[in-house]
Design a protein around this ligand. Structure first.
Ligand code: AMP
Ligand code: ZN
Length: 466
C-alpha cells in the first residue's frame, strides 16, 4: 500500500510500526460552533482510510481530539455569559451528531484537551528539563532552534522563517529568547479557564495538546498523523518539535494532509464566513450525498463545493442504491453460481481488484468510486431473473462491501408505516398502564429516532412526522 508522505513528498510503501496494527491520529475540530463542511472533509477522508485498513485486516487504533479550550471558545462563552465548558460541551455533542450523519465511525478514543492537562504539564516539564523550553514569567516557550529538525515537515528553513517573523520588540513578547519560539503554556487572564501548574495558573498552547494526546493513546511513535493541509505549518511542525524533543523518537512515520474544500476556489473557513455547516447541508441533502461527493475527488486535491456537483453525486449514489435494491428484489433461479455464469463473477472479482488497486495507490477514492460504478453496470447488464441466486448474492455482496469500505450505506432508510406507528403507540399505552415505564420510554425513543414525535394530549396520544 502506498501513502503520500508530506514529510518526504513521495508516495511510500506503508510499513506499520507494529505488524498488523495501525496507530493513527487525526487533528479534530475546535468546538465553538457547528462544524462546517470543510471540517467534515478530513473526518470523511481519514475515516475512509481507517475503513480501508480495517478491510485489509489491520487493527486500527484511531484517535481524534476535540480542542475544547481556545480563544474562540472563550470569546463565545463570554458573549453568552456562560462557562467555556458549556460552549465546548454543546458543540462536541453537535459535532458527534453530524459525524454520525456522515457515517464517520466513532474513534477508538476521542480525547478532550481539558481532560489531559496533567499530561501536558508533564511533557512541558520534560522539555524544560531537557533544555528545549523555558519559563519566562509564567509563559513557557519552546526553544525552536534547540530542535535540529525544525522545518522538516513543511520544508522551511529556520533562517528564512526568522526573517519572516516580526521582531520581539514589535510583538511585545519580551520574555521570548527568539521570535521563532512558540508558546507551550500561557498564564491565566481574567475570565479565562485555568489550571494550576509549576509555572503558575494558566492554560496550555494548542500544539502541545496533540503531542500529549497522541503519546497517551498511541505511544511515542505512531504510524499516521493526519489533518487538513493548513495544519502542516505551524501546527504539525510544532507537534514534531515537541514530541521528538521530549520523547527522543520519530513522532509519526507518515504525514497525511487533505486538500481544502473551496467555494469559488477560495478555502471555506469560519473566519472568511464563506461556509456551510454540515447541519445546513443536512436540511437539503442526505448526508450520504455529501460523503459521496467528498470521496469523488482525491483527498489531496482541492475540491470545489457546488450545487451542480452535489446534484451529480446525488444521482451517482442513487444509481448504486437502485442497483442494490434491484439485486435484492431479484428472485432468480435459485442455486449456486453456474458454470456459464463464472465469467460474470470473475469480472466482478477483477473490479474488486481495481477498487483495491485504486485504494492502495494513496487512497485514490475517485478511481475506487469508478470501479464501483463499473460493478453496478455489470450487475445491471449481466444479472437478472435468469441468474442463479448464487450470482445475484455474489455481485450484490461485492457492491455492498466496497461501498462499506467508503462508508457509503447501501441500505435505504425505510419510512415507517402509519400502521406500525399506531401499533407501537398502543404498546406504549399498555406498558404505561402496567407501569413498565422503561419500555414506554424505549418505544418513544425508538419512534423519535425514526423522526416520529409523540404528544400526550387529553384526547389521547397524537403523533406527527418531524
Ligand atoms: P479547525 O476546527 O479549524 O481546527 O479544523 C479542523 C480540521 O478541519 C483541520 O484538520 C483543518 O485542517 C480542517 N479544515 C478546516 N477547513 C477546511 C477546509 N476548507 N477544507 C478542508 N479541510 C479543512
Ligand atoms: Zn493537532
Amino acid at each position: 500500500m502506498k501513502i503520500y508522505n508530506t514529510m518526504t513528498r513521495k508516495k511510500e510503501d506503508f510499513v506499520p510500526v507494529e505488524p498488523g496494527k495501525v496507530r493513527m491520529y487525526v487533528c479534530g475540530p475546535t468546538v465553538y460552533n457547528y462544524i462546517h463542511i470543510g471540517n467534515a472533509r478530513p473526518m470523511i477522508v481519514f475515516d475512509t482510510v481507517r475503513r480501508y485498513f480495517e478491510y485489509k485486516g489491520y487493527d486500527v487504533n484511531y484517535v481524534s481530539n476535540f480542542t475544547d479550550v481556545d480563544d474562540k471558545i472563550i470569546k463565545k462563552a463570554n458573549e453568552e455569559g456562560v462557562d467555556a465548558s458549556v460552549i465546548s460541551e454543546r458543540f462536541i455533542k453537535e459535532a458527534r451528531k453530524d459525524m454520525e450523519g456522515l457515517n464517520v465511525k466513532e474513534a477508538t478514543h476521542h480525547p478532550r484537551a481539558t481532560e489531559e492537562i496533567g499530561g501536558m504539564i508533564e511533557m512541558i516539564q520534560t522539555l524544560i528539563d531537557k533544555g528545549h523550553a523555558y519559563n519566562a514569567g509564567g509563559t513557557v516557550y519552546f526553544r525552536t532552534r534547540s530542535f535540529n529538525g525544525y522545518g522538516k515537515l513543511s520544508h522551511k528553513n529556520v533562517d528564512d522563517l526568522e526573517a519572516g517573523h516580526r521582531s520581539i520588540a514589535v510583538t511585545g513578547e519580551e520574555g521570548k529568547e527568539d521570535p521563532l519560539d512558540f508558546v507551550l503554556w500561557k498564564p491565566k487572564k481574567e475570565g479565562e479557564p485555568s489550571w494550576p501548574s509549576p509555572w503558575g495558573d494558566g492554560r496550555p498552547g494548542w500544539h502541545i495538546e496533540c503531542s500529549v494526546m497522541s503519546k497517551k493513546y498511541l505511544g511515542d511513535e505512531i504510524d499516521i498523523h493526519a489533518g487538513g493541509e493548513d495544519l502542516i505549518f505551524p501546527h504539525h511542525e510544532n507537534e514534531i518539535a515537541q514530541s521528538e524533543a521530549a520523547n527522543g523518537e520519530t513522532f509519526a512515520k507518515y504525514w497525511m494532509h487533505n486538500g481544502f474544500l473551496n467555494i469559488d476556489n477560495v478555502k471555506m473557513s469560519k473566519s472568511l464566513g464563506n461556509f456551510f455547516t454540515v447541519r445546513e447541508i443536512s436540511e437539503k441533502y442526505d448526508l450520504q450525498v455529501l460523503r459521496f461527493f467528498m470521496l469523488s475527488a482525491h483527498y489531496r486535491s482541492p475540491l470545489n463545493f457546488s450545487a451542480d456537483l452535489m446534484a451529480a453525486s446525488k444521482n451517482g449514489l442513487e444509481r448504486i442504491l437502485t442497483a442494490v435494491d434491484r439485486l435484492k428484489d431479484l428472485s432468480g433461479t435459485g442455486g449456486a453460481i453456474r458454470e456459464e455464469e463464472k465469467p460474470v463473477a470473475e469480472q466482478a472479482d477483477a473490479l474488486v481488484r481495481k477498487f483495491e488497486d485504486a485504494m492502495e495507490d494513496d487512497f485514490n477514492t475517485a478511481d475506487a468510486v469508478s470501479a464501483i460504478f463499473e460493478l453496478v453496470r455489470l450487475a445491471n447488464i449481466s444479472v437478472d431473473e435468469a441468474s442463479s441466486e448464487g450470482l445475484i448474492d455474489y455481485v450484490r455482496t461485492k457492491i455492498e462491501t466496497l461501498c462499506g469500505v467508503l462508508g457509503i450505506i447501501t441500505e435505504r432508510e425505510k419510512e415507517i408505516l402509519d400502521s406500525d406507528i399506531e401499533a407501537l403507540i398502543e404498546e406504549r399505552q399498555a406498558a404505561r398502564k402496567a407501569r413498565d415505564f422503561a419500555r414506554a420510554d424505549a418505544i418513544r425513543d425508538q419512534l423519535a429516532a425514526q423522526g416520529i414525535l409523540l404528544e400526550d394530549t387529553r384526547e389521547g396520544v397524537k403523533w406527527k412526522r418531524a
